[in-house]
Design a protein around this ligand. Structure first.
Ligand SMILES: Cc1cc2nc3c(=O)[nH]c(=O)nc-3n(C[C@H](O)[C@H](O)[C@H](O)COP(=O)(O)OP(=O)(O)OC[C@H]3O[C@@H](n4cnc5c(N)ncnc54)[C@H](O)[C@@H]3O)c2cc1C
Length: 483
């Protein structure tokens, strides 16, 4: 069973040649070892199941794993990882496959760990505002489970992603300006390392709101994109459902005016819960897709959470600021149904953008800059799009300085594909030049590894590489991603 490469492994850590289950004659042997752990229906080598697990929502092509396993508990995950480790097989964790950077593709073959059968909400501590979940629980499933408790989990990437996939990508989304990203909301993780060892990043069963005990292992795994271990449990912060919620939409004469309003609202200390920017192209697409009739101008979608009294104050200050910046057509959404419609339109922006060019594919860029740099980068980016004849409606979590161009492209038009590629690199480098990052929330995955090196420089990259080698010396965890 041991390949020549594997026999060398104890001496070679950086360059590792992985075994492919299919190349080996021992496919049956490995599959039967997997079946002995998680049962007949816990293992699949079927073509369609492998295809389904070799791709996320990005434009990266499908790279199916050799085998998909469906463990039911952490002990099974650990036992399966030990088998992979013994046979030198890559391990690719899979949540719900909504990632946007090609993170689940099995570049070197191997075993996809689909965690969807581990879908229990474990301990809810109402009085402590925390909950522990298994990796297959999605954010919508958690929030419907919590409905009667008066609590909710606010991190909301739009897609109904798994919470441990969200931890693995450090997801954020529309509520992050107020409630933070996954980084601020994970208290503890249970992780299975590549050799099957089970660790608890903040100590087994611990859930303090704050801790300075030792290195911050939790945030080492948050955002590690499946390259350091398989997250099998997450303890998350919860929040009280706000007493009152108001949403609003406001149009602006220019991008600058919309972004200036955002900066002024935050500077005024308004505890805004959501503040989302849509450029004229995106609002036009949303109007058409969601049967709305907002003015086709740079637009902010806003939401305020709090008590009735505090909302009055927040709303008054915001109206003053937006009108001072030329904002008009302020439309309030007070009832739940209107608010839900408004935010559904925002969350459907991806599909609205796609509908601009039926039959095309979408690639969502993702950069983040300090707030004061936002107007510059958005204005320059819009000019770049026009000059290069590209369709790229812009939507952004502007309160965090984070925005996306939804590049809608014909994948069969090689000239257009090349123009999009060059555009996205220019955009990322523009963000780096403005002291920002090449990714605010979608992650590095496959496509941004070179940009990560530019962003970090050799010192920080060296530390990341050493951490990877310590935790995963055989480079079995999701190889070819991030580093
Ligand atoms: C329409 C749309 C809108 C989106 N909007 C946003 C947004 O606003 N903000 C945002 O942050 N993201 C957004 N996303 C991206 C996506 O939803 C997030 O990246 C999400 O966190 C991925 O979770 P998942 O469970 O689908 O992970 P997957 O796609 O299954 O996996 C993503 C990565 O995490 C790893 N992984 C998954 N589960 C685990 C685990 N248990 N342990 C270790 N590693 C694991 C995988 O190996 C892979 O590298 C959007 C996606 C879509 C389709």
């Amino acid at each position: 069973m041991l390949s020549a490469a594997r026999r060398l492994l104890p001496h070679v850590s950086r360059v590792v040649q992985h075994s492919s289950v299919r190349q080996e004659h021992s496919l049956k042997e490995v599959v039967s070892a997997f079946r002995s752990v998680c049962g007949e229906d816990g293992v699949s080598t079927g073509e369609s199941v492998r295809q389904q697990h070799g791709k996320d929502e990005s434009v990266h092509r499908c790279r199916p794993p050799d085998v998909v396993v469906f463990p039911r508990c952490v002990e099974e995950v650990s036992a399966l990882a030990k088998i992979c480790n013994r046979h030198n097989l890559p391990i690719i964790p899979f949540g719900t496959g909504t990632g946007l950077e090609g993170g689940v593709g099995a570049l070197k073959g191997g075993v996809c760990f689909s965690l969807r059968k581990m879908d229990k909400v474990l301990d809810v501590h109402q009085e402590d505002f925390d909950v522990t979940v298994e990796p297959g629980v999605t954010r919508k499933a958690l929030n419907s489970y919590l409905r009667d408790t008066g609590l909710w989990f606010p991190v909301d990437p739009g897609a109904d992603a798994s919470l441990c996939g969200m931890a693995a990508t450090s997801a954020s989304g529309t509520n992050a300006v107020h409630y933070g990203t996954m980084r601020e909301n994970v208290l503890n993780l249970e992780v299975v390392l590549a050799d099957g060892t089970i660790v608890h990043t903040a100590g087994k069963g611990r859930r303090p709101r704050k801790s300075v005990a030792g290195y911050n292992l939790t945030n080492l795994f948050v955002g590690s994109e499946g390259t350091l271990g398989i997250i099998t449990k997450a303890t998350l912060r919860l929040y009280g459902i706000p007493e009152a919620v108001v949403s609003a939409v406001c149009s602006f004469p220019s991008v600058q005016a919309a972004v200036d309003s955002t900066v002024h609202i935050l500077q005024a200390g308004v505890p805004i819960a959501r503040i989302e920017f849509l450029d004229d192209v995106m609002i036009d697409a949303c109007n058409k897709f969601s049967s709305l009739s907002y003015p086709v101008m740079p637009t902010l979608f806003l939401e305020f959470h709090g008590t009735e009294n505090s909302l009055n104050e927040q709303v008054r200050t915001t109206e003053e600021i937006t009108s001072a910046n030329g904002g008009a057509d302020f439309q309030w959404a007070l009832d739940e149904e209107t608010r839900a419609r408004l935010w559904k339109a925002r969350h459907d922006a991806w599909y609205a953008g796609l509908a601009l060019r039926p039959g095309c594919k979408a690639y969502a860029t993702d950069v983040c800059v300090p707030l004061s740099r936002l107007p510059n980068i958005i204005v320059e980016t819009k000019e770049d799009l026009i000059q290069n004849r590209l369709t790229g409606p812009i939507a952004g979590h502007v309160g965090d300085g984070n925005f996306h161009c939804l590049m809608v492209l014909d994948p069969d038009d090689s000239d257009e594909v090349q123009r999009v590629h060059l555009f996205t690199e220019r955009l990322a480098r523009r963000a780096l030049a403005l002291e920002g990052t090449c990714t605010g929330e979608h992650g590095v995955g496959l496509g941004k590894r070179a940009l990560l090196r530019e962003e970090m420089g050799p010192g920080a990259m060296g530390v990341m590489q050493s951490l990877k080698e310590t935790l995963d010396p055989r480079n079995l965890m999701n190889p070819g991603k991030v580093l």
